[in-house]
Design a protein around this ligand. Structure first.
Ligand code: ZN
Length: 255
């Protein structure tokens, strides 16, 4: 808990799908005074929570940007943990794109057939996110917006607001100038940046960001989902996320 009415972001996984340099796949813990949200849950989410001294039990909501494994394959492990290791009684909300419930249940069944058929001891609620219809959990408001990434289905970014602070997360997306509008006025824009200049279909290149730099109206920019080309870059003017980095949203200091 932040205790200040604001938000703290802890980067649990900042790699693209390939675990570059030993970093974990996508996962970001957003803590407000009264709530905890996980933005995406890559396959090793339990390890990255533990490494950062955080408890899965305290998560109120998991917001999934899209149904690629590096963003949602950790959810079955959360459910497994809540069944066998840290028996949960508090409700859990999972927000995501269409098919979030069926795809998560299919994945859980593929990985753990027995556990996935056992009844859960807590209330698990799946919510299909709809742009323009924010989901409110504790003192946190999450609103999805469409981004161009997957060819089948839908991909979202999220705007998270709490206590007058705001964070915009791009999810995975190719560059679109709509990101300028979405991130305008945000205290922190957590933007994917998979490559430096190499074309990676469906993803942002650093060159895309650099070209629009003068039009960005967020207070702070943090680049993440970093692929091999980006990890090798030094001396860029932008802050690069790393596993374990914690940022007070709306402040320039890192904790
Ligand atoms: Zn990804």
């Amino acid at each position: 808990m932040t205790g200040s009415g604001g938000m703290t972001l802890t980067c649990l996984g900042t790699s693209d799908a390939f675990g570059v340099g030993g970093r974990h796949c996508a996962g970001y813990l957003l803590e407000t005074e009264h709530g905890r949200a996980l933005l995406d849950a890559g396959p090793s989410i339990l390890a990255s929570l533990e490494r950062n001294g955080r408890s899965a039990a305290e998560i109120d909501v998991v917001a999934v940007s899209h149904l690629h494994g590096d963003h949602f394959a950790g959810i079955p492990f959360l459910l497994l943990k809540f069944t066998y290791e840290e028996r949960r009684s508090r409700p859990l909300v999972i927000v995501g794109p269409p098919e979030i419930e069926s795809r998560t249940r299919e994945l859980y069944r593929a990985l753990y057939r027995e556990a996935s058929s056992a009844p859960l001891a807590f209330d698990l609620r799946f919510v299909e996110a709809l742009p323009g219809e924010p989901v409110e959990v504790a003192d946190l408001r999450l609103e999805a917006f469409d981004v161009p990434h997957v060819s089948q289905g839908r991909s979202f970014g999220f705007r998270a607001t709490s206590g007058g602070k705001s964070l915009v997360y791009s999810g995975d997306t190719e560059w679109t100038d709509d990101l300028l509008r979405r991130s305008s006025g945000a205290d922190l824009f957590l933007c994917e940046c998979t490559s430096f200049e190499g074309e990676v279909p469906g993803h942002v290149r650093w060159r895309d960001v650099d070209l629009r730099r003068s039009r960005l109206e967020c207070r702070q920019l943090l680049l993440t989902h970093l692929g091999r080309e980006m990890r090798g870059k030094a001396g860029l003017p932008d802050r690069l996320a790393d596993d374990g980095l914690a940022v007070v949203v709306g402040s320039n200091r890192a904790d």
